[in-house]
Structures are given as structure tokens and as C-alpha cells.
Unconditional design. Structure first.
Length: 194
């Protein structure tokens, strides 16, 4: 079984410029993701997918590979994580290299560790999932969420306005840390959320 870790790190971050290489406790934040991936000993390749020479230099310094720079399509503001994964897998397929499993590890996931990645991989393979993603519960039921229009608030779901919060269905969201994926499913479904 061959595994690849893809760390997507675009140079053009908008909300927090240069976030992928900002220092966190004295180290570029992307270095934590690289270190954690390498420490698992699960991967045939740990690569950083970037369009940025400075990110490339830092990634190489911390032990990742950067086999190519992203093209304009996968480096723009509208590129999806799937676009980055597909570009990387196609790069390797063109060199007759195939990977069974992918870990897409976000570069700003500095608060996880290699054990979390290994435990997720063990569950992913034991249960024969096509994908696995860490999730976290919303801290309040989303059925009671508000929206603001014309400087006034209203409920998204007015039917739950007087419902007790403990009676509403618990909801979760992507923790924004990583995805374990089966390559064959990603490439055939053209998606990574199935």
C-alpha cells in the first residue's frame, strides 16, 4: 500500500497574508504539518503543493518534497482542495507512480500531532472508508442561527425559534485539519467529500 501526504500551501492567502509560513512559537507554521507527517512513517511521499518559491524553500528545509510548482489554475483564489489533489496525483501518474491513499494535511494544523494522523489512518483502513475527516460540534444548535438583512436579524429556521436547544439535532463541521482519502475514489468521483 502506497500513501502520499499532500500539504496544500498557496502563497496568496487573503484573510491572513502569508499564513502558511508565519512563525508559530518560533517556527514557520507549515513546519509542524511536515514534521507530523514525517513522524508517522506512513508515507512514501510527503509533499507541499505550492506556487510560491519562499514556501518551497521552507518546505524543503523542513524535509518535505516540492516536485513542481502549482499552475495558474490551482494557485488562484477559486482553486479547490480537490483541484490541488488532482493536479498532484496526475503529476505522479505521469511518472507511473500511483498511491492508494492520500492524506491532505492543511499547513496550519499545528495543534494536531502524528498520533492523531496515525489513529485516523488506522480507523480509515480498518473500516475501509473512502474518506475520513475530523469534525467538531457547533457550540450551539445551528437551527437557531440568525442572519442579518437590512440591518435586522431573523432566524434562518423560524420554526425552531421557541425550541429548546437540547431538543435540537446536534450539528458538526469540518475541523479544517486533514482528510484521509482513497485515490481511486477521488479520481473517479472528481470530489473528495463522498
Amino acid at each position: 500500500m502506497r500513501n502520499i501526504c499532500i500539504i496544500p500551501a498557496r502563497g496568496g492567502s487573503k484573510r491572513i497574508p502569508r499564513k502558511n509560513i508565519k512563525e508559530f512559537l518560533g517556527i514557520p507554521i507549515i513546519a509542524y504539518a511536515i514534521k507530523n507527517a514525517l513522524e508517522t512513517c506512513l508515507f512514501d511521499e510527503v509533499i507541499v503543493s505550492t506556487d510560491d518559491e519562499e514556501i518551497k524553500k521552507i518546505a524543503l528545509k523542513h524535509g518535505a518534497k516540492v516536485p513542481f510548482l502549482r499552475n495558474n489554475k490551482t494557485a488562484n483564489d477559486f482553486a479547490t482542495t480537490f483541484d490541488v489533489i488532482e493536479e498532484t496525483l496526475n503529476h505522479y501518474l505521469n511518472q507511473n507512480q500511483y498511491f492508494d491513499n492520500i492524506l491532505c494535511l492543511y499547513p496550519c494544523s499545528a495543534l494536531i500531532n502524528s498520533k492523531i494522523i496515525i489513529n485516523a489512518f488506522n480507523k480509515f483502513t480498518a473500516e475501509n472508508y473512502t474518506s475520513l475527516v475530523p469534525i467538531v460540534a457547533f457550540n450551539f444548535p445551528i437551527q437557531r442561527a440568525f442572519k442579518i438583512e437590512d440591518n435586522k436579524i431573523s432566524y434562518f429556521y423560524p420554526q425552531f425559534e421557541i425550541s429548546r436547544s437540547q431538543d435540537l439535532v446536534k450539528s458538526y463541521h469540518d475541523a479544517g485539519q486533514f482528510y484521509w482519502l482513497k485515490s481511486v475514489d477521488v479520481l473517479s468521483q472528481k470530489n473528495y467529500n463522498k
